[in-house]
Design a binder for this molecule. Sequence first.
Ligand code: NAD
Ligand code: UD1
Length: 338
Amino acid sequence: MKRILVTGGMGYIGSHTVVDLIENNYEVIIVDNLSNSSKEVLNRINKITNHTPKFYEVDLCNYNDLENIFKEEKIDAVIHFAGLKAVGESVAKPLMYYQNNLISTLNLIDLMEKYDVNNLVFSSSATVYGDPVSVPIYENFDLHVTNPYGRTKLMIEDILRDYTNVHPKFNAALLRYFNPIGAHKSGLMGEDPNGIPNNLMPYITQVAIGKREFLGVFGNDYNTVDGTGVRDYIHVCDLAHGHVLVLDKLFTNSGLVTYNLGTGNGYSVLQVHAAMERACGFKIPYKILPRRDGDIATCYANCDKAEKEIGFKAQYTLDDMCRDSWNWQKNNPNGYKG
Ligand code: NAD
Ligand code: UD1
């Protein structure tokens, strides 16, 4: 049984990936400092899979604590989700983002070298494409970043490109996620943002549950189908499965590989809002607000490369994503806080 260290495994995407790994007979070891997650996730993983993975509450920025895990555990591959991810916060606190996201990753790669662990999956983001010249976006498009969060993703990609160039034994997958939404079909796991959500889906579900008055739609004067921003929303379980698929590729000594993980479809804010109303069966109030700084009009992926090379193809529709997001929110109005 292969043993996978999952950093950030208590978070939104990490927890769904842990479930998929367990269901595919991997042994999972989670490391997370719980800075943006809850220990309750372990109970939920157990309810879904009948198994509780080993968990270390450790900050990856603490080299010695992280090294103790490498001393203790035999590891075949690492999936590295741990990181801070709020764009606005990264603009306000750039040093915090550079410290957390870069030092944690440098520690991790250093220890992987020291303990001869040669397979790494890294959570990158479509944010590395900036405002693309055209859509759909292919992996070979130019990379531009506009905020400290995005810069940490691009810097880590560059570090891994440089590192794999001179370490032929080392394999790394850069997975560029588009917009993950949705939740586990059981209603036991989902996205649990702290405070006021920045992202569209958790904001809409909080309006639907009555926690917020209305959805603010950020701009309706973009050059899109209805003037609102278009994104490639992907069900978090589809995204999670992409990580399981890419492990097999790494185990063939693939070197560095880069894949977009999306659905290849773009939906506007108002189309997502309408799909959420269908899922809930009632009206969800919204108001048109000015554009949000830093937003682009349209972003969606071409995912042919991931389909061809690792057999990745998203299965869930936008209606499925909304159904599962609503099911999670309805069953857990306060997220994991009970
Ligand atoms: P999340 O915040 O839910 O999960 C990240 C986890 O990492 C959290 O549990 C947090 O406690 C942990 N963590 C953060 N810093 C740590 C550290 N120094 N040591 C140990 N643990 C630490 O986020 P998510 O949505 O699951 O995202 C996972 C990864 O995917 C992140 O790297 C994020 O940047 C990237 N990503 C997310 C999205 C998205 O829309 N959610 C899109 C593109 C890329
Ligand atoms: C945002 C980040 C991106 C990050 C991703 C995942 C910005 C500019 N981009 O992507 O770097 O990788 O989250 O964390 O923050 N919208 C509304 N009202 C809302 C919220 C969003 O209209 O209350 C609109 C946005 O304008 C956008 C779409 O919904 O058109 C999706 O927004 P969001 O969920 O925040 O994702 P991104 O902006 O694509």
